[in-house]
Design a protein around this ligand. Structure first.
Ligand SMILES: Nc1ncnc2c1ncn2[C@@H]1O[C@H](COP(=O)(O)OP(=O)(O)OP(=O)(O)O)[C@@H](O)[C@H]1O
Ligand SMILES: [Mg+2]
Length: 594
């Protein structure tokens, strides 16, 4: 599985702002509320800056004049300001909470939909944990960013600006003293941002790797236990967890550094302003009220300034998360169909013409799995496909429903190039059952009927179950309504295989592609399925991967796949007589064929 370094598409050069701007289409629907909330927050935050002005009025007015009524009035005013600020912040939260949860949900839905449409080759390349962590952790980071750092970067900037203006208006000299540290703080912020971006990306990729490991361990728990690998698996997990911890600590150190700078420098500046201000009040060039107002404005600005460090950090994480999200969203889904339909009597049936194929992730220079396959299966004919293990049989069958695209050459169904057909049409024409039967967490009936259009009902289900000799379904606790799959009843390998076969035949497809569909069955059940399949095969054009002579005998002809090509075509008996490789493959099981 892919490790961090190989995660497809990971890059280091990028601009956080440009990346984050890509979120706009998702935020657009809630923009009115978001901007209202931001405006409310700006107002609330600026209300806090009125407090120092009230203090100034109190110190220079009622307090100097020893007027208790004035002091009470000022206190009441301060109280109302506090209440107003709190209410406004509450309103902001109420405004954005629900719409932003909606944004997260719609991004997640779109990711899921996109993943379903991406070609199988994409999923071969990407570790599932990387996809999982993008759909969960990363999207949560994006939502938090929209709710919090994005708003507060705006709110704090406005507040700081307004505060600085107020301070300069109070007293220019003191204002400049406070402003001096701004330059080094800004420089530090820029440096910090760059470093933090790299570490944040590394951490999020490592979370993806860890997720992959956990997922594989859970899915492969039988193998792990069966081979006593739990220790090495636990070791691998500890390793990864430790690496992730190291990265997180690195993040924390960076954050601590920037925070130290952001907090210390302004604090020093406030101290300096206090000394300078006190001296000037003593000298009588500054009113006590002005100094109080000035210092309380400076103190009111402390939170907006201090928080900038972690707001930037959160924004970086969100940018990384957005980037990881779009790495998947930018992957091109299965191509829209190219119209190049050709009809021709000559090509009726299923035909492979000069089909070459190599897996996109195959190592450079290795020979292609399929190297010029030519094969014609006549309408209504069943063709068995035989070949040594690893010869490419499964690969060839996967090309028919276009799970992969041939590197060159073409495949036609009744003379029509499969790339010229809409995918829905192709998949309605062709039904498949693969070596590893997959059942979904749904009822038996739903699992089987998945193989056909919606209008199929009880009779079709019954027929498919009987062809596949899957009568056992009726003896399950709730019959065909029994839940199976990961969240339901566990079925045996042979039972699953028969349900997968039933799924393939339920829609009476014109073309049937079966990859070793009977491998897990005992000889008696196999014979029963074969007898029933004969009727189905009589009316379809079929390609059946087979290992056993008994399965081969179901077919009208046999094709031998060898060295990436179809080396021979003929009946079972012809090939046994004329082809040494075929005879060798079938040797030992020959008695069963008689
Ligand atoms: N997803 C994949 N990515 C890269 N290479 C693959 C992939 N699947 C199979 N291969 C390679 O392609 C070759 C053919 O595999 P394939 O599964 O088609 O063989 P097969 O004839 O079906 O074998 P078997 O009889 O064991 O089922 C093998 O060398 C295999 O390593
Ligand atoms: Mg195979």
């Amino acid at each position: 599985m892919a490790t961090t370094q190989e995660t497809p598409g990971s890059r280091t050069d990028r601009s956080a702002v440009r990346t984050l701007l890509r979120l706009w289409p998702y935020v657009r629907p809630v923009r009115a509320r978001w901007f209202t909330a931001a405006a409310v927050a700006v107002v609330a935050s600026c209300l806090a800056l009125v407090i120092p002005l009230v203090l100034k009025w109190m110190v220079d007015g009622p307090i100097t004049d020893r007027d208790p009524a004035g002091v009470w009035l000022g206190a009441l005013f301060l109280f109302l300001l506090g209440i107003g600020e709190a209410l406004l912040f509450g309103l902001r939260r109420w405004l954005v909470a629900r719409p932003l949860a909606g944004v997260e949900a719609s991004m997640r839905a779109e990711l899921y939909r996109h993943l379903q449409r991406l070609p199988v080759a994409f999923h071969d390349r990407w570790a599932s944990g990387q996809l999982l962590s993008r759909g969960t952790t990363d999207l949560m980071l994006v939502r938090m960013f929209l709710a919090f750092p994005l708003t507060f970067l705006l709110v704090n900037s406005v507040t700081i600006l307004v505060g600085v203006v107020i301070m300069l208006v109070q007293d220019v000299a003191l204002g400049l003293v406070i402003l001096v540290p701004a330059v080094p703080v800004m420089v530090m912020c820029v440096v910090f941002e760059k470093r933090y971006a790299l570490v944040a990306r590394r951490a999020q990729d490592q979370v993806g790797d860890l997720t992959t490991l956990v997922e594989e361990s859970v899915l492969g728990i039988r193998i792990i236990k069966g081979f006593g690998r739990h220790r090495s698996q636990a070791r691998a997990f500890r390793e990864m967890a430790r690496t992730l911890r190291g990265t997180e600590l690195h993040k924390a150190r960076l954050l601590a550094t920037i925070w130290a700078v952001i907090i210390t420098l302004p604090e020093l500046a406030i101290g300096a302003a206090l000394v300078l201000g006190t001296v000037r009040v003593a000298d009588g060039d500054l009113s006590a009220g002005t100094l109080v107002a000035f210092l309380s404005t400076a103190l009111a600005l402390r939170w907006p300034v201090d928080s900038i460090g972690f707001l930037l950090a959160m924004s970086q994480e969100a940018a990384t998360a957005t980037e990881r999200y779009f790495e998947v969203m930018d992957a091109v889904p299965e191509d829209r169909e190219v119209a190049k339909a050709q009809e021709g009597e000559a090509g009726r049936g299923l035909r492979f013409e000069g089909v070459r194929f190599r897996y996109p992730d195959a190592p450079e220079g290795s020979p292609p799995v399929l190297d010029g396959v030519d094969l014609h299966i006549r309408p209504g004919e069943s063709m068995a496909l035989v070949g040594a293990t690893g010869s490419g049989k499964t690969t060839l069958t996967a090309l028919v429903p276009r799970l992969y695209e041939p590197t060159s050459g073409r495949i036609t169904l009744d003379g029509r190039d499969i790339t010229a057909m809409p995918r829905e049409e192709l998949r309605a024409l062709v039904a498949v059952a693969f070596e590893e039967p997959t059942l979904f967490s749904a009822s038996v009936a739903d699992n089987v009927l998945m193989g056909t259009a919606a209008e199929a009902g009880e009779p079709q289900l019954e027929r498919a179950l009987s062809v596949a000799q899957a009568g056992f379904a009726h003896d399950l606790p709730q019959g065909t309504a029994t839940q199976v799959g990961e969240q339901g009843l566990s079925l045996s390998g042979g039972q699953r295989q028969r349900l997968a076969l039933a799924r393939a035949v339920v829609g009476r497809p014109r073309f049937l592609v079966l990859d070793d569909p009977l491998s897990a069955l005992d000889v008696h059940t196999e014979a029963l399925v074969e007898a029933a399949l004969r009727d189905v095969l009589a009316e379809t054009t079929a390609l059946i991967v087979a290992h056993r002579p008994s399965t081969v005998l179901l077919a009208d002809r046999v094709a031998l796949l060898s060295g990436g090509r179809v080396a021979a075509v003929g009946t079972h008996h012809e090939l046994l007589r004329d082809n040494a490789e075929y005879a060798h493959l079938m040797a030992g099981t020959e008695e069963a064929a008689r």
